[in-house]
Design a protein around this ligand. Sequence first.
Ligand SMILES: Nc1ncnc2c1ncn2[C@@H]1O[C@H](COP(=O)(O)OP(=O)(O)OP(=O)(O)O)[C@@H](O)[C@H]1O
Ligand SMILES: O=C(O)[C@H](O)[C@@H](O)[C@H](O)[C@H](O)CO
Length: 167
Amino acid sequence: MTTTCLVVMGVSGSGKSTVARLLADRLGRPMAEADEFHPEANIAKMSAGIPLTDADREPWLLALRDWISEHDAAGQGTVVTCSALKRSYRDLLRGASARVRFIHLSGSREVIGERLASRSGHFMPPSLLDSQFADLEPLGDDEDGITVDVTATPEQIADRVCGGLDR
Ligand SMILES: Nc1ncnc2c1ncn2[C@@H]1O[C@H](COP(=O)(O)OP(=O)(O)OP(=O)(O)O)[C@@H](O)[C@H]1O
Ligand SMILES: O=C(O)[C@H](O)[C@@H](O)[C@H](O)[C@H](O)CO
């Protein structure tokens, strides 16, 4: 039977890691942090304040897609954090064998900028936020998934996701 992968998407600082952790715990599923799939060169670029290109992101997205498929082959549904900013990136992830559904954490530049400014100990500099919004193609109505506003608490967001998706 095909499993489901929930991909928590959105710009840097939108709350992907926070919300995905709650969902993975509630659903009892393994979780992957997309940041752990980046080649070293990508982390070095972002740390230096240089936005990634489509070419930089492709091997990263394919590695994540394969992780999703490996778990699907073992019968395991998953939860994944991945910015998945463009529809073409989401198309790559949809190439996994699982049913891939997206949860877009959507919020204003102001709200997310404030959260990033007060976060510490993360390689991603707040200065990259404008480039993240420039690349962002919001989840389309025709794409499998839901969009949730980030101004709610993480617990409320997890409730909405669990209520808004059948699984
Ligand atoms: N719903 C929320 N309300 C208030 N603060 C939040 C919420 N969700 C996350 N935060 C806080 O905002 C900051 C960014 O959250 P988080 O690290 O989960 O985002 P992210 O999308 O995974 O970021 P990145 O893509 O850069 O890794 C953290 O300090 C987190 O504690
Ligand atoms: O596509 C991208 O530009 C990257 O995935 C970034 O979004 C970061 O990896 C992440 O948001 C920081 O943790």
